[in-house]
Design a protein around this ligand. Structure first.
Ligand code: URA
Length: 210
């Protein structure tokens, strides 16, 4: 994947995203749509994965058939909202290894504070896909990717649902080697770091905590 920013403008993704944005959409529907959309986004974020072939027998003939090459990829959920994307992606790539980075946002400084870090071994040999639905200020995404690089990751992609221009710029400055895949780029951040028009607090909407 060579572009730094990849916007998935597929009609199904855009249609589902509109329903998710709607404040009237209930938690259960929001969660189901997030699962569906995460699989469509997973399709894009895994584009261009390294391939090899293996010799197999079909009922008709022998053939060298394409198969994924290399070590199992690693999916890293940036807690807690990342889990909403993780489930669907994992369904599509069931043998992926899974890690978690726990960061919460200090609501006054908007800076990320780490409270959990557990990732698969051998990150240096894996494609690492970090997932977090909202790329807002970019502070927590940049911090999470800093931690993944410290843990050895060299081949990282970032998957989100919505991105703000501010977050994209911050990621590009800090991690120009990490391509971003998103369903949409919104207008701006508000004064407390929420994406506008956005969809509100992704964690609250998927878990029904508000
Ligand atoms: N996190 C969210 O859940 N929503 C935003 O708009 C920004 C950060």
């Amino acid at each position: 994947m060579s572009d730094h920013l990849n916007v998935v403008d597929h009609p199904l993704v855009q249609h589902k995203l509109t329903i998710m944005r709607d404040v009237a959409t209930p938690t259960a529907v929001f969660r189901q749509l997030l699962r569906e959309i995460s699989q469509l986004l997973a399709y894009e974020v895994t584009r261009g994965l390294a391939m090899t072939t293996k010799r197999i027998n079909t009922p008709m003939a022998e053939m060298d058939a394409p198969t994924l090459a290399g070590k199992k990829l690693a999916l890293i959920s940036i807690l807690r909202a990342g889990n909403g994307l993780l489930d669907g992606v994992l369904e599509l790539i069931p043998s992926a290894r899974v890690g978690f980075v726990g960061l919460y946002r200090d609501e006054e400084t908007l800076q990320p504070v780490q409270y959990y870090f557990k990732v698969p071994e051998g990150l240096d040999d894996r494609l690492v896909i970090a997932v977090d639905p909202m790329l807002a200020t970019g502070n927590s995404s940049v911090a999470a990717i800093d931690l993944l690089k410290q843990a050895g990751a060299t081949n990282i992609r970032f998957l989100c649902l919505l991105a703000a221009p501010e977050g994209i710029a911050r990621m590009k400055e800090a991690h120009p080697d990490v391509p971003i895949v998103t369903a949409a780029v919104d207008e701006r951040l508000n004064e407390v770091g929420y994406i506008v028009p956005g969809l509100g607090d992704a964690g609250d909407r998927m878990f029904g905590t508000k």
